[in-house]
Design a protein around this ligand. Structure first.
Ligand SMILES: [Zn+2]
Length: 281
C-alpha cells in the first residue's frame, strides 16, 4: 500500500469561553485527574486509556478542579491532586499508543492546564497571588490588571528530502539506533519559515527550499505545538551541531533506519513522503 492519510483533526471540543449554551450536567462530566505531570491510569479491557467519572475524581483529597471546556455534550474537568493515595498515575509518554486521538489531545490539555495553574500561583510582576478566570483558563493579577495564559511553545519539525533520500538525525537522548526528523522551537521575532531555515542550518548545516507545510500535532511534553513540513535539500554538506545532534545522515527511503512510532508527527512526515514517492508505508 502506498497511500498515506494525515490523521483527521479532532473536532467537537469547545473551550470554556465558547461553552455557554448547552449547560451539560456537571455530574456527568468527563474528568482528567492529574498529579504532578502524571495522569490517573484507567484502562478498559482492551488496554485503551479512559477518563475518570466525577465520583472517582472527587474521591481524591486536596484536588483543585479546573474547567477545560466541553466535548459533545459533556463537560470536561481537570483535577490536580496533591495526594495520589494508592492510585496509579503514569507519565503519558509511557503509554502513548493506548490513547485515542481525542483522549491524547484532552489529556495533554489537562496536564498542561494543571501544570500551568500549579506553577503560576503568583503574579510575575508584583508577587501577589493570582486568581483563576474560568472563562478562558487564564490567571489574573487584580493589582496589576494583568492576565497570564497557559504557555504554548510553537515548534517546527521537518523532513528534508533529496529525491529518494531523506536526511534523518538522532540526538543524544534518543534510544539506540533511532533516527528522526529535525525539530526546534520558534524564537521571538521569527516566522515559522525562518525558524525552519535557522534550525536546519544550526543542527545539520544544510540549506533547504520549497517548504511544504503538511500538518501539525500538539505535543504536550511539556507544551509544544509541532508544525510539520517537508523541505527540499538545496545545498551544503552535513555539519553536526555537536551539543545537540549525535549523528545525521542521508538515508535511502528503501533502507531506512529505526524511525519513530506511528503515533508521532515525525513518523507521519516520513510516511507521507514515502507514499509520495510510491513506496509502501
Ligand atoms: Zn501583579
Amino acid at each position: 500500500m502506498s497511500s498515506f492519510e494525515w490523521p483527521a483533526p479532532v473536532t467537537g471540543f469547545i473551550s470554556a469561553r465558547g461553552a455557554n449554551s448547552s449547560n451539560p450536567d456537571p455530574a456527568e462530566a468527563i474528568c482528567f485527574v492529574c498529579h504532578k505531570g502524571r495522569i490517573l491510569k484507567q484502562v478498559d479491557s482492551d488496554g485503551r486509556w479512559q477518563p475518570a467519572d466525577v465520583s472517582t475524581a472527587e474521591s481524591f483529597e486536596h484536588a483543585q478542579r479546573h474547567v477545560m471546556g466541553e466535548i459533545g455534550n459533556s463537560l470536561c474537568l481537570a483535577f490536580e491532586t496533591s495526594d495520589p493515595g494508592d492510585a496509579e498515575f503514569v507519565d503519558m509518554r509511557a503509554m502513548l499508543d493506548s490513547f485515542d486521538r481525542t483522549h491524547f489531545n484532552l489529556v495533554g490539555r489537562a496536564l498542561q492546564l494543571c501544570d500551568w495553574f500549579r506553577t503560576h500561583r503568583f503574579c510575575g510582576k508584583c508577587g501577589q497571588q493570582t486568581v483563576e478566570d474560568p472563562r478562558d483558563s487564564s490567571l489574573s493579577c487584580e493589582t496589576c490588571r494583568l492576565n497570564f495564559y497557559p504557555r504554548l511553545s510553537p515548534s517546527i519539525i521537518v523532513l528534508i528530502h533529496r529525491d529518494d533520500e531523506v536526511l534523518l538525525a538522532r540526538n543524544h537522548l534518543f534510544p539506540e539506533g533511532l533516527y528522526s526528523t529535525l525539530a526546534g522551537f520558534v524564537e521571538p521575532g521569527e516566522s515559522i519559515e525562518e525558524t525552519l531555515h535557522r534550525e536546519v542550518r544550526e543542527e545539520v548545516g544544510v540549506n533547504v527550499h520549497n517548504l511544504d507545510y503538511r500538518g501539525s500535532q500538539p505535543w504536550p511534553f511539556p507544551n509544544s505545538l509541532m508544525l510539520g513540513f517537508h523541505a527540499e535539500y538545496e545545498s551544503g554538506d552535513i555539519v553536526l551541531q555537536p551539543d545537540e545532534i549525535a549523528d545525521a545522515q542521508w538515508f535511502s527511503i528503501d533502507a531506512l533506519p529505526k524511525i519513530p512510532a506511528r503515533f508521532a508527527i515525525s513518523r507521519w512526515l516520513i510516511d507521507d513522503y514515502l507514499a509520495q514517492r510510491g513506496r509502501p508505508v
